[in-house]
Design a protein around this ligand. Structure first.
Ligand code: NAD
Length: 503
């Protein structure tokens, strides 16, 4: 069982009264951004945006309608031809100017992200720095795009490969990294000459709106548009719209399925970054201390609301007890608090009350399945949606908490007997986004990494990303790649032009 009295060693550190994280005057306009300007929507519905550290409402934003999507798509269609025909150099200069603009406003963006998501400042600052770097990487990469050499592959015929934009891309983003997940799409989409309409998560639209405000004078109008609203309305209209050429979504498997189903009607291209349940395979020869220290970060970064989170440990039975002790030691000292409570806060709340209740339900189910929590195991006291950093130990193989994406500060520990079993169990979940292998045996590290079905496999590390390297999943984690030159491939199309050269 979860222990009848779970060890909730953490308490929530609160921000000092009278020290707001952000001056309300710095909030972005609460309107859709269509055709280069902020506009009220066709529909009057509004949704509250909530600070998850306190449960207080920050502001309200309009809930758009299908007509708002149609207006934004029309603007994106109008802008696409000129933008798509401009040179990579021209587009790159604009993207680099956007990077500079974001960098100049990085503290404001980090504070706004922290306010809207509850994430600690260190996490929000990292998000903004990565977003800036995406806007620096993509413009350079698009100017150095390569393909097959032009040449006579058929007699008296010269073949040339032309890389073209797709047109208008519909983008749907989640709440865990609202700015960063948006920028992972926006930068390569714009670099390759497409225009876009983006729908942020209804919970976390503020940094996307701020981004629109900050870049409004840098981008031609209509190139980048933002429409707020529900997934079932705005998120559904984008793949349905006949003039949207591709749909890219980061979100849950259910939303991915809905979008792919809708896109299949018109055979639009689809790019899906969905859930994860990353196995962390710890062999008996691993540096157990290093693995435990790494998991303090990789399991609980962004409160575990992270698709690559190191959430599912499979440890060799001979070292399971020692490893669990080391992990619990690390997790017991994670500093939980509001983002305004200090730069050393490591973990914040769940993003919304709904999600908080979902994570608690997972913990209750684990308890009902007889799972023990040597640390954490439940909610933390006070306002906001805080859950204690939790380790679930001695978890039986196949328990629901090891198979379903919890998306909270919860790491499960299961054991295995040999390498075959480790690989089989690592691959038994429906997801295939990322995984890590911990061993000091070089041969084993290569073999096991090769046999794990995941888009990213770390060896003796977890959750380190590089903008030059692709990110994306296999199996239920979706398809398509964010980051790297592979994203540029995904957001463009190759055309073969063949000239008859015989005279
Ligand atoms: P979600 O699927 O509930 O929402 C994501 C977005 O999809 C939101 O903007 C939402 O409004 C929209 N949406 C919902 N229903 C839709 C529909 N029927 N049609 C179109 N759009 C719809 O996901 P979330 O709760 O915001 O985010 C958490 C999920 O995102 C987790 O499963 C996580 O693993 C995944 N995620 C994946 C990655 C990755 O890189 N693979 C990154 C971040 C998050």
């Amino acid at each position: 069982m979860i222990t009848s009295a779970p060890t909730l060693t953490s308490t929530v550190r609160r921000a000092a009264d009278g020290a707001p994280l952000l001056d309300p005057a710095a909030l972005p306009p609460r309107q859709h951004f269509i055709g280069g300007r902020f506009r009220a929507g066709a529909d009057d519905g509004a949704a509250a945006v909530v600070d998850p550290s306190t449960g207080q409402t920050i502001c309200a934003v309009p809930q758009g309608s299908a007509e708002d999507v149609d207006a934004a798509v029309a603007a994106a269609v109008d802008a696409q031809d000129a933008w798509g025909r401009s040179t990579p150099k021209h587009r790159s200069e604009i993207l680099l100017a956007i990077a500079d603009r974001l960098a100049e406003n990085s503290d404001l963006l980090a504070r706004l992200e922290a306010l809207n998501t509850g994430k600690p400042m260190v996490v929000a600052e990292d998000d903004v720095a990565s977003a800036v770097d995406s806007f620096r990487f993509m413009p350079g990469a698009v100017r150095a795009t390569t393909s097959l050499a032009a040449g006579e592959y058929a007699e008296e015929h010269l073949s040339v490969i032309v890389r073209e934009p797709l047109g208008v891309v519909g983008v749907v983003t989640p709440w865990n990294y609202p700015l960063l997940m948006g920028v992972w799409k926006i930068a390569p989409i714009l670099a390759t000459g497409n225009t876009l309409v983006l729908k942020p998560s209804e919970h976390t639209p503020l940094t996307t709106l701020k981004l629109a405000e900050l870049v409004a004078d840098l981008l031609p109008s209509g190139v980048f548009n933002v429409v707020m609203g529900r997934g079932s309305v705005i998120g559904q209209r984008l793949p349905d719209h006949p003039q949207v050429d591709m749909i890219a979504l980061t979100g849950s498997v259910g939303s991915g399925r809905a979008v792919a189903r809708a896109a299949s009607e018109s055979l639009k291209r689809v790019h899906l970054e969905l859930g994860g349940k990353a196995p962390v395979v710890v062999f008996e020869d691993a540096d157990l201390q290093a693995a435990a220290e790494s998991l303090r970060n990789a399991g609980y970064w962004n409160a575990g609301q992270e698709c690559g989170a190191a959430c599912r440990v499979l440890v060799h039975e001979s070292v399971a007890e020692r490893f669990t002790e080391l992990l619990v030691e690390q997790v017991s000292t994670i500093a939980v608090g509001e983002p305004g409570a200090g730069q050393d806060v490591e973990m914040g709340p769940m993003v919304s009350e709904d999600h908080y209740l979902r994570v608690l339900a997972h913990l209750e189910n684990a308890q009902a399945e007889g799972v023990r929590a040597p640390v954490g195991g439940g909610a933390l006291e006070g306002p906001g949606f805080f859950i204690a950093p939790t380790v679930l130990a001695d978890v039986p193989a196949g328990a629901a908490c090891t198979q379903e994406e919890i998306f909270g500060p919860v790491v499960t520990v299961e054991t295995f007997g040999d390498e075959e079993e480790a690989v089989r169990r690592a691959n038994e979940v429906p997801f295939g986004l990322s995984a890590s292998v911990w061993t000091l045996n070089a041969q084993r590290s290569h073999d096991v990494a090769a046999r794990i079905d995941a888009g990213t496999v770390w060896v003796n590390s977890h959750l380190v990303l590089a903008n030059e390297m692709p990110w994306g999943g296999f199996k239920g984690s979706g398809y398509g790649r964010d980051l790297s030159v592979y994203a540029l491939d995904d957001y463009s199309r190759t055309k073969h032009v063949m000239h008859h050269t015989g005279r």
